[in-house]
Ligand binder design. Structure first.
Ligand code: ADP
Ligand code: MG
Length: 262
């Protein structure tokens, strides 16, 4: 099981949309996927049409009073399971900050889960801040995908998150944490700006940049309000195609390194 954090400390860049869409597309391609919603705002949870659930969230596992396994629920989508989020999860920041091992809490929980070999990928949707939930998520991950908006101010944030990934690596909590990819989101083909931003990222991160680029579409934007994935809401549209293509690219990149680590 590979643990993949979808992270960027900026809000509104497409983290949750990417976490849901990548998870659903991988599941559609036959991978067994567990999506952990680690954002107290619970957008990944409601985006999948599931009621946010404080009792059922990562709160109790993170404070050491439950196993993740107890919180996993199935979704409508075959091969895709979810640990929902709820408002309580906000309180975990304070509780964890008090403990010495907050950085490695989630990593330890996931090590147990890896032993069960029930999932090929565990995708983490993270909150938009550099708080404890974000850092414990990064420290729990094998790899990070950064969704990046095709806007100039998106680039400002990129240096910052790359630096945080280095810090987590150096802390010793996750020495092998890898920046797996940068996925450009909300691409607007009508503007030169979008193209320039993609160009700029490819200069600095040629190996990390995904060839698949996610367009800004009305359909992607409206899917969560129906509690549906883009594949359920507009299966043949360009947004769904782009996320399918990103998932295929993800799998090709992983088969090059020997497939998912069991
Ligand atoms: P984050 O998790 O980084 O805060 P979201 O995935 O929630 O970002 O996206 C922010 C908002 O933009 C949401 O309302 C979402 O539906 C919308 N959105 C995300 N990606 C796209 C896209 N490619 N096209 C149109 N709207 C999008
Ligand atoms: Mg989000």
């Amino acid at each position: 099981m590979n643990v993949v954090a979808i992270a960027n400390q900026k809000g509104g860049v497409g983290k949750t949309t990417t976490a849901i869409s990548l998870s659903a597309a991988l599941a559609e391609l036959g991978q067994r996927v567990l999506l952990l919603d680690l954002d107290p705002q619970a957008n990944a949870t409601s985006g999948l049409g599931v009621e946010p659930d404080s009792e059922g969230s990562m709160y109790y596992p993170l404070i050491g009073e439950a196993k993740i396994q107890e919180k996993v629920i199935p979704t409508r989508i075959e091969n895709l399971s979810l640990v929902p989020s709820g408002m309580d999860l906000a309180g975990v920041e304070i509780e964890l900050a008090r403990s010495d091992d907050h950085l490695t809490r989630l990593r330890k929980l996931l090590t147990n889960l890896k032993r069960g070999k029930k999932y090929d990928y565990c995708i983490l949707d993270t909150p938009p801040s550099l708080g404890v939930l974000m850092t414990t998520s990064l420290a729990a991950a094998d790899e990070v995908i950064i969704p990046l908006q095709c806007e100039w101010f998106g680039l400002e944030g990129l240096a910052k998150i790359v630096h945080v990934i280095e810090q987590i690596r150096e802390s010793g909590a996750a020495p092998k944490l890898k920046l797996e990819g940068i996925l450009m989101t909300m691409f607007d083909g009508r503007t030169n700006l979008s193209r320039q931003v993609v160009e700029e990222v490819s200069n600095y991160f040629p190996d990390q940049l995904y060839q698949s680029v996610i367009p800004r579409t009305i359909r992607i934007g409206e899917a969560p309000s129906h509690g549906k994935t883009i594949f359920e809401h507009d299966s043949s549209g360009i947004g769904a195609q782009a996320y399918r293509s990103a998932a295929q690219e993800f799998l090709i990149r992983h088969s090059n390194v020997g497939g998912p680590i069991a």
